[in-house]
Design a protein. Structure first.
Length: 136
């Protein structure tokens, strides 16, 4: 068997006066230069926007670092103040009169003196009630 040229290419009749618009880029030397210029311009614009973005990131990072530093200082200061106030409060709480009665002892005394509502009183109220009541 012999192979025959059976390609699927369509042959068009050429008409001398009409040209079909082509979607292919033309291979004229001037067109190539303008394409390169456009590419260089687009590349330069992209590089410029990248530099601007990097600058914005640096500025933002610097601002955040400054804010973090300020917050760190503030936290240290507040922690120190808290520590000193805790020390003050605990020092006051630790100063208990060795001769002071316990809550149970104060309630027992209030019961003996027949102070009404002694069972619901706290230590300070019991002390005040015992001081104001006549002793037997």
């Amino acid at each position: 068997m012999s192979k025959t040229n059976t390609s699927n290419k369509k042959t068009a009749l050429k008409t001398p006066g009409k040209k079909k618009p082509s979607n292919k880029p033309s291979s004229k030397p001037g067109d190539k230069k303008t394409g390169e210029k456009k590419a260089k311009k687009a590349l330069a614009l992209a590089e410029k926007s990248v530099r601007a973005a990097e600058k914005a990131v640096r500025a933002s990072r610097k601002k955040l670092q400054k804010k973090a530093h300020v917050l760190s200082k503030q936290t240290k200061k507040l922690a120190a103040e808290h520590s000193t106030s805790v020390d003050r409060v605990t020092a006051k709480a630790m100063k208990v009169d060795p001769g002071a009665s316990t809550l149970i002892q104060l309630r027992q005394q209030a019961k003996e003196r027949q102070i009404p509502g002694y069972s619901r009183m706290n230590k300070a109220e019991l002390l005040a009630a015992l001081d104001s009541s006549p002793s037997r």
